[in-house]
Write a protein that binds this ligand. Sequence first.
Ligand code: ADP
Ligand code: MG
Length: 218
Amino acid sequence: MITISDLHLTKSERPIFQGLHLRCKAGEKVALMGASGSGKSTLLRAICGFERLDHGTITLEGRCATHDNQILIPPHDRNLSMIFQDLALWDHMSVGENITFVLKMRHTPPSQIKDAVEAILDRVDLAGYSPRRIESLSGGEKQRVALARSLVTHPKILLMDEPLSSLDEARKTKLITLINDLHQEHRFTLLYVTHSHAEAETIADRVLLLKEGKISES
Ligand SMILES: Nc1ncnc2c1ncn2[C@@H]1O[C@H](COP(=O)(O)OP(=O)(O)O)[C@@H](O)[C@H]1O
Ligand SMILES: [Mg+2]
């Protein structure tokens, strides 16, 4: 569950958010659209806890996470995952190490790590990929690793920033099916930024538009 009230944020004297409100129910899938530069990525970063606000409150799962310029819950304690537009996989690590790293950060007992990594890789159709280098993977495979790394910690909230924009239509369709299937299993709240109306309609229960620092139903 995400609740954002009366968000105001200015960067380099340019107002980005001007009284923005947003409410995503637990388990809901919401798509966010908006012109380039309208603030979509900044909004996701704010939900992660990477942005201080001029004014406003971000509440996650009923806990006040950011209030005005105070980060009350640090990013790693927000029980959420974000998939960035460029995926931000760690290229110098193997697939398995990428996933192991986030489990260690969450203090997963070492005895459970190997099984957890294998199970999530299996779930995204990458069984046996654990030793592979990130740079040896195709675009679609990298997307699957990013999904696996995000979901292995069972986050309540998944934020995705135009994650499929680099893929061709066939791969995009397969990944959308995978995202929808994973949502059925994990029931995270999904906030999905996209430029594509078709993608938004296929993934989301509700499509929102960010314009002039505010959000409206599109
Ligand atoms: N660190 C920053 N300093 C100044 N301006 C920034 C910074 N980050 C983003 N912006 C500006 O904020 C606006 C929103 O950016 P962004 O959230 O990346 O938009 P979108 O993801 O919708 O394309 C843009 O005008 C961008 O130039
Ligand atoms: Mg962006």
